[in-house]
Write a protein that binds this ligand. Structure first.
Ligand SMILES: O=P(O)(O)OC[C@H]1O[C@H](O[C@H]2O[C@H](CO)[C@@H](O)[C@H](O)[C@H]2O)[C@H](O)[C@@H](O)[C@@H]1O
Length: 241
């Protein structure tokens, strides 16, 4: 890691170990402090780019409120804490959550996750329900394909606004301070992260894949962050008069 990088980090499966349910994820001791220290070493150019809702991320990483793209890029927050970017997308039809809740009630183990800009049906506990979950979301999307899209995820299917991508988040943040002029580096593990990695590469940077560049998973990403923090903060200390 170099002091001139702008670092874009995916959350689930990259910084956090995958858990049986969305609410069961644990933030390992020291991670928030490491992210906060690294954010300072990068002059604020550190962002979390995730499918999770902003409020969920803020709850998990409190007191850190990093820049980022949330809801797969539907909502943005810059390094100054300004939120926005959601005007580009229509609201989810009001009845979708209720309809899915009713269907999921017939499938014990399937979890409905409601987000401000999307919905997810998780079938990790009951893989045999994958086809039902997909069909339920596809039936909601019928007639709405212009505005919303189906997203296959880790043991889940999601609906997100069409155009809400991690590339959108990277590109928007790279136009703003302190990201602008730095080398973007995106670290992720999932198919949605490939958009973010492609955007980082288009802008002269790198895409790093958990499973390929970090073979041991999120623990290796966290160790890399801790090492980078130690090295960059030493450099900063030496740079002081
Ligand atoms: O973009 P990410 O930060 O990778 O978020 C993608 C989705 O992650 C969450 O679901 C996944 O992680 C859960 C916890 O480990 C796991 O139980 C689930 O099976 C995974 O699909 C989150 O719940 C979603 O909202 C995110 O879009």
């Amino acid at each position: 890691m170099e002091a001139g990088w702008a670092l874009f980090l995916d959350l689930d499966g990259t910084l956090l170990d995958i858990a049986p349910t969305p609410d069961a994820v644990r933030v390992p001791p020291g991670l928030i402090e490491s992210l906060s220290g690294l954010e300072a070493c990068l002059d604020g150019a550190l962002a979390i780019v995730t499918g999770r809702a902003r409020a969920t991320v803020d709850g998990l990483l409190a007191p850190l409120t990093p820049a980022g793209g949330f809801g797969h890029g539907a909502e943005l927050r810059d390094a100054a804490g300004r939120t926005g970017g959601t005007d580009a997308f229509p609201a989810l039809p009001a009845d979708w959550g209720v309809r899915l809740e009713r269907e999921a009630a017939a499938w014990p183990g399937v979890i409905l996750e409601r987000k401000p800009h999307g919905l997810a049906l998780h079938y990790r506990a009951v893989p045999e329900r994958a086809a039902d979950a997909r069909a339920a979301l596809e039936s909601l999307l019928a007639g709405h394909a212009e505005h919303f899209a189906l997203l296959p995820a880790h043991m889940a299917f999601e609906i997100r606004p069409r155009g809400a991508t991690k590339a959108r988040a990277v590109e928007a943040l790279m136009r703003s301070a302190p990201f602008h002029g730095r080398r973007p580096v995106f670290v992720g593990d999932d198919v949605t992260d490939e958009d973010g990695m492609a955007a980082a590469r288009r802008l002269g940077g790198l895409g790093l894949y958990v499973g390929r560049d970090f073979r041991c998973g999120p623990a290796e990403v966290r160790a890399w962050i801790a090492r980078a923090l130690a090295r960059l903060s030493q450099g900063n200390a030496h740079a002081q008069p």
